[in-house]
Design a protein around this ligand. Sequence first.
Ligand SMILES: Cc1cc2nc3c(=O)[nH]c(=O)nc-3n(C[C@H](O)[C@H](O)[C@H](O)COP(=O)(O)OP(=O)(O)OC[C@H]3O[C@@H](n4cnc5c(N)ncnc54)[C@H](O)[C@@H]3O)c2cc1C
Length: 328
Amino acid sequence: MCGMRGERGTLARADVVVVGCGVIGLTAAICLREAGVDAGIVAARLPHATTSSVAAAIWYPYKAYPEVSVLSWGGRTFEVLEALSDTPESGVLMREGVEIWRERVPAPWWASAVPRVRRCDDDELPPGYIDGYAFATPVVEMPVYLTYLMARFAAAGGSVEQRTLSSLDEVDARVVVNCVGLGARDLVDDTTMEPIRGQVVRVRNPGLKRFMLDEENPEGVTYIVPRSGDCILGGTAEEGEWELEPDPETAAGIMRRCTHLEPRLTGVEVLEHRVGLRPARPEIRLEREDRPGEVPRIHNYGHGGSGITLSWGCAEETLRLVQEARYG
Ligand SMILES: Cc1cc2nc3c(=O)[nH]c(=O)nc-3n(C[C@H](O)[C@H](O)[C@H](O)COP(=O)(O)OP(=O)(O)OC[C@H]3O[C@@H](n4cnc5c(N)ncnc54)[C@H](O)[C@@H]3O)c2cc1C
């Protein structure tokens, strides 16, 4: 595990301090340290208590903009995650599955970022669906993956201080990297940040291997993501909704819709109900901010429903911006 300090300790002055320890901050901090930059993390919540820990999590661009950047950061992240699927302790698996539709649709807009996407054969579509696309994509078991990322950060010499900041000016560093997700609403007064509430049910895996996505289900976005021992069943995408308590009726609706799509889920054991607030923004903010006489800031937040999908591409861009800020 990473070296950790409590609320009262002070982070030794690092060259670069990353604020936030969800998938975005942790991945950026790893990229920095592995490139030889002296980077530490300060975060209110440790990885297993973040939104990132709730994610399904499949490589799939969802509610993140602009599309052109999502394609490039997403394409790069796909490559890194696919390579990580050869490392069992990473928790990344390559899975084939389908996205299904009740009408004929063109090929997905993100198809160029994914090596193998094909139109479904008719026998791959559940009753009532007339079109779909099959593709192999990384499925990331977040509890395992976040532990792997923390260990990788520690192995690169990184440490995490647990502390809630009320201003980025509290950080003592040559460059500050802001990866606070939805926290940017308060921390940098970004009122364009809005939650998109997602509720999921975690169930025991009855032997499923293929994922299923039904984004346009009239009863609500529906997905089945089989992991090694369990499945994440979703979901909801409630814009502007902050409630973190799981709603039993919503959970019953998720179970009903998923069982309809995949009858082998009938009567399956429910392990957990969870809610996360996707950090949504009209456009992801990944840029350098210079203020006269102050340390430069690199902002990297607002990834909506695609934080895992974009994490490595955004981390590499963050490294480039940090290097420019330090030496450029
Ligand atoms: C139900 C659900 C399913 C999802 N499925 C997928 C999926 O399949 N694929 C995918 O790519 N994405 C998915 N997502 C989206 C993904 O989870 C998010 O995009 C991602 O977790 C955002 O990561 P983050 O690091 O920016 O934010 P977070 O994980 O929220 O981390 C933010 C960090 O900043 C810290 N912080 C905040 N404010 C402060 C402060 N004032 N001081 C100090 N620290 C602070 C927090 O404590 C935390 O450490 C899903 C989300 C949900 C809710």
